[in-house]
Ligand binder design. Structure first.
Ligand code: RB5
Length: 148
């Protein structure tokens, strides 16, 4: 599995913790920045990361900012991306099972590293259920194709 990961300055510390988790699980990843705690604009890191997932270069993406909201909005502007902002393990699991979310976003100023690590583990482990949920995500894709 290949993961694309990114954060702005607000998510920088939490991203370092998630990278430690990925490394401990021997999961391959590419860090799309930012690479310091200096202030950056979250679209500049979130969009390239989400685009790389949409191009199929990565299986999934994890993007972190202060709240998780800005990067979630950005990622969901990229065609083919279904980004889910999750601050609990139930939502993280459901975002995979029902929504086939291919990007997880979190807020580094909202949750601590322990819960964030549990969320990432649940999210990476859960699979898409398909069936009626496949039809629903196809409707999102149909709208996306019409709208752009
Ligand atoms: C940066 O201060 C902050 O606005 C950003 O990390 C994020 O929370 C935006 O949604």
């Amino acid at each position: 599995m290949k993961i694309a990961i990114a954060s702005d300055h607000g998510g920088f510390e939490l991203k370092k913790e998630i990278i430690k988790l990925l490394e401990s699980k021997k999961i391959d990843y590419t860090d799309f920045g930012t690479f310091s705690a200096e202030s950056v604009d979250y679209p500049d890191v979130a969009i390239p990361c989400a685009e790389a997932v949409a191009r199929g270069q990565f299986d999934k993406g994890i993007i972190i900012c202060g709240t998780g909201i800005g990067v979630c909005i950005c990622a969901n502007k990229v065609k083919g991306i279904r980004a889910a902002l999750c601050h609990d393990t139930f939502s993280a699991r459901m975002s995979r099972m029902h929504n086939d979310a291919n990007v997880l976003t979190m807020g580094g100023r909202v949750i601590g590293p322990g819960l964030a690590a549990d969320i990432v583990e649940e999210w990476l482990d859960a699979g898409f259920e398909g069936g009626r949920h496949q039809r629903r995500i196809e409707k999102i894709g149909e709208y996306e194709n019409k709208a752009q």
